[in-house]
Design a protein around this ligand. Structure first.
Ligand code: SF4
Length: 458
């Protein structure tokens, strides 16, 4: 691979990104829209954008991801895409019969300046949106932000379009799970259920992007938050937003729109972040923590202590999304590991400060960069080697070049399965994460051990 020619000395770059550690905004918007039951995502731009977004999600989830496009050609690119979108809305409701069309913009339609709100109103006025059906929308230009901000914008669009207040609050809690796997959304619901809480999780891609094989194709799988549930979010007691970047925007919008107080916190990855999540459920829900949750926590602690010697002072390089990296770094530090190089492609200085705060007491220097790229991470690794690399599938080139144990974590993962089915959030997810890390480290130890220290029991 050409990567092995990467130089070890970083040079200040401002106008060039090499192998970005992020994908584009509409991918996140499309992912969020798939968590709405009966929704067809729609990409307002050229066919190429939509094909890329669909294929990225299809390859990651190994499920057919359906989405429509405004199919811009030269005319729409010059004069705007209103006519294309109006025609598309008409065609989609006639042919594919979704309950909702969730439109997101692309670089091209944003540059032209298309006004989705005005086009949606026009579509309604012209009778192109049947009674009881909806067109929601989000602005997702990909020359700013990343797939995580695209997700955040579409979830905010869901709140804007549906959440209503009847003036009477109930005991239900809203949970915005963040940019996580369908399996993680399931796990968050399961934990809240164990605590006896009634919740509305939105968006919810469980049973959509990890749906069972039934032998029958369903254009709109069984899962996803329903329109009725989305409307009811305005009457809930409170909202817990997991992952500030992905979820805070929608939680605040819901507070402003329907006066539902919000509690935003980091993703519940690892011991401490999960403790905080459980504590928030306890306080906000007014319940006590059941024995079943305490047992799961105890199991996580048990593995942490049993295997501590293998984690101790291992140097780790990580890349991925800000919300998940912050919690993951906190977990690795709790395991006595040293996360020494941390890169996200998503812009935002708050991320760098959070990582610095979490690692301030480590006895080693830590490199951290927001809006960085994999080229920079590779340079850091060459200069100051690590014992483990964690990140999405694109890390495999670096892992091969540097002969590093590699744990796949984040989005996208194109070359392994499991992420859609087994969570990494919560106490049980923490055990799975440790298992993956230990497998990578101990497989490497077995591979490299000389005959006399090749052990059966470790
Ligand atoms: S970065 Fe922009 S042009 Fe490229 S696929 Fe994403 S939305 Fe389309």
């Amino acid at each position: 691979m050409l990567l092995r020619h990467t130089s070890a000395e970083p040079v200040e770059r401002t106008g060039l990104m090499i192998n970005p550690a992020k994908t584009c905004q509409p991918i996140g918007a499309m992912y969020a829209a798939l968590g709405l039951h009966g929704c067809l995502p729609h990409s307002h731009g050229s066919q190429g954008c939509c094909a890329y977004h669909r294929s990225a999600l299809t390859r990651h989830y190994r499920e057919p991801v359906m989405a429509a496009t405004s199919s811009f050609t030269e005319g729409a690119s010059v004069f705007g895409g209103q006519a294309n979108l109006l025609q598309a809305i008409d065609n989609i409701f006639t042919v594919y019969e979704p309950d909702i069309i969730a439109v997101h913009t692309t670089c091209l339609s944003e540059t032209i300046g298309d006004d989705l709100n005005q086009i949606a109103i026009k579509a309604r006025d012209e009778g192109k949106i049947p009674e009881g059906k909806f067109v929601i929308h989000a602005s997702t230009p990909s020359y700013v932000g990343s797939h995580v901000t695209g997700f955040a914008n579409m979830v905010q669009g869901m709140v804007k379009a549906f959440s209503e207040s009847t003036g009477k609050k109930n005991e239900t809690l809203n949970i915005i799970p963040g940019y996580v796997e369908p399996s993680d959304m399931e796990e968050v619901k399961r934990m809240a259920g164990l605590m006896g809480l009634k919740t509305i999780v939105f968006p919810d891609t469980s049973n959509v992007l990890n749906a069972p094989q039934t032998g029958k194709f369903r254009m709109y799988p069984k899962g996803g938050v329903t329109i009725a549930e989305m409307k009811a979010t305005g009457d809930s007691k409170a909202t817990i937003a997991l992952g500030p970047l992905a979820s805070d925007l929608a939680a605040r919008k819901l507070d402003a729109q329907c006066k539902v107080p919000c509690h935003t916190q980091e993703l519940p990855i690892g011991l401490q972040a999960t403790d905080r999540f459980v504590d928030t459920l306890r306080k906000v829900g007014g319940v006590s923590v059941p024995e079943s949750i305490a047992v799961e926590r105890g199991k996580l602690l048990d593995v942490m202590t049993d295997m501590q010697a293998w984690f101790y002072q291992k140097r780790v390089a990580l890349f991925g999304d800000p919300d998940s990296l912050v919690s993951l770094v906190e977990f690795l530090v709790a395991l006595d590991m040293h996360p020494v190089h941390v890169v996200t492609g998503t812009p935002g200085k708050a991320f760098e400060q959070k990582i610095r705060d979490l690692t301030a007491h480590l006895p080693v220097p830590v490199n951290v960069k927001a809006h960085g790229d994999l080229f920079l991470l590779h340079q850091w690794i060459k200069k100051e080697p690590v014992d483990l690399l964690m990140g999405n599938t694109y890390g495999k080139y670096m892992a091969r070049d540097e002969d590093l144990p590699f744990v796949r974590f984040g989005f996208p993962i194109f070359d392994r399965v499991g992420h859609s089915y087994f969570p990494t959030v919560g106490y049980m997810g923490g055990i799975r994460l440790m298992e993956k890390i230990l497998d990578a480290l101990l497989d490497r130890k077995d591979r490299d051990s000389p005959e006399e220290s090749f052990e059966l029991v470790i």
